[in-house]
Design a protein around this ligand. Structure first.
Ligand SMILES: Cc1cc2nc3c(=O)[nH]c(=O)nc-3n(C[C@H](O)[C@H](O)[C@H](O)COP(=O)(O)O)c2cc1C
Length: 238
């Protein structure tokens, strides 16, 4: 089994780095071969522009999706994109490590999603959710927050963590067909002290060791939608 770890934190001595090391050692013990993409260390370019493509589909209008599909067919994706895409396509499990920044991912990770999740390679108009091209692969988020756990929940000030992560879980990973596993969230990381951080690392290791047994998050299915993507109403008997 192949695991790909996408690590998005600028500080090599961060708590996120400690969590990443738990991922590499634990998955290694479980028999996975693990590859890490350390986005800051790689100087990963976060924005899409013409330089992403060695090929040109339309020199007048820069339609990213069309350029992606054209480049894919003509081996025109730049090396940094192609390398990450190859690693993703080879992976059975992908773990994303990042601190929650503004209820979202750091820009460098958003850039990885934008540039590596190439149209035609990982999704297409007819190929989303259960028909997405990454179907069969599992994905899991390993997130840290500055906010305390009590600040997250349906009636809490920040709202529910699964609602915050929904654009990533459903809009990106599930959309491309991946089986999305429940995330691990390390809350209040800067304020819990060394003992608290040790406990979080131990809890994270347990979460990860159960990765084969974790029940995936529910995702929508194309099969439950019409061609317009409007929901199909089903009767109970169906
Ligand atoms: C730009 C930025 C935005 C942040 N946004 C949030 C946020 O929306 N919610 C939150 O709980 N913490 C937020 N934080 C705090 C970080 O999530 C927290 O410092 C980090 O998860 C701690 O992990 P680390 O020690 O590995 O950096 C933010 C921090 C920065 C720098």
């Amino acid at each position: 089994m192949q695991a790909l770890v996408i690590y998005a934190h600028p500080d090599p001595s961060s708590f996120n780095a400690a969590m990443r090391d738990v991922t590499t050692s634990t998955l290694g013990e479980m028999g996975y071969s693990v590859q890490v993409s350390d986005l800051y260390a790689m100087g990963f370019k976060p924005t899409i522009d013409r330089d992403d493509f060695a090929t040109t589909f339309d020199a007048r209008h820069f339609n990213v999706t069309r350029e992606q599909r054209h480049a894919l067919e003509h081996r025109g994706l730049r090396d940094d994109i192609q390398r990450e895409l190859d690693a993703l396509l080879a992976a059975d499990l992908v773990v994303f490590h990042f601190p929650l920044w503004w209820f979202s991912v750091p820009a460098i990770l958003k850039g990885w999603f934008d540039r590596v999740l190439v149209s035609g390679a990982v999704y297409g108009r007819q190929y989303v959710f259960e028909r997405g091209k990454l179907a069969g692969k599992r994905a899991m988020l390993a997130v840290t927050t500055g906010g305390p756990e009590a600040a997250f929940g349906p009636t809490a000030i920040n709202g529910d963590m699964l609602d915050i992560l929904m654009p990533i879980h459903r809009g990106i990973l599930g959309f491309c067909g991946m089986t999305v596993l429940p995330p691990f969230v390390g809350y209040f990381v800067p304020y819990v002290g060394d003992g608290g951080r040790e406990k979080l690392l131990a809890a994270y290791a347990s979460h990860l060791r159960a990765v084969e047994q974790l029940a995936p998050l529910p995702m929508p299915r194309l099969a439950d939608h019409a061609e317009t993507l409007a929901p199909l109403l089903r009767t109970k008997a169906e």
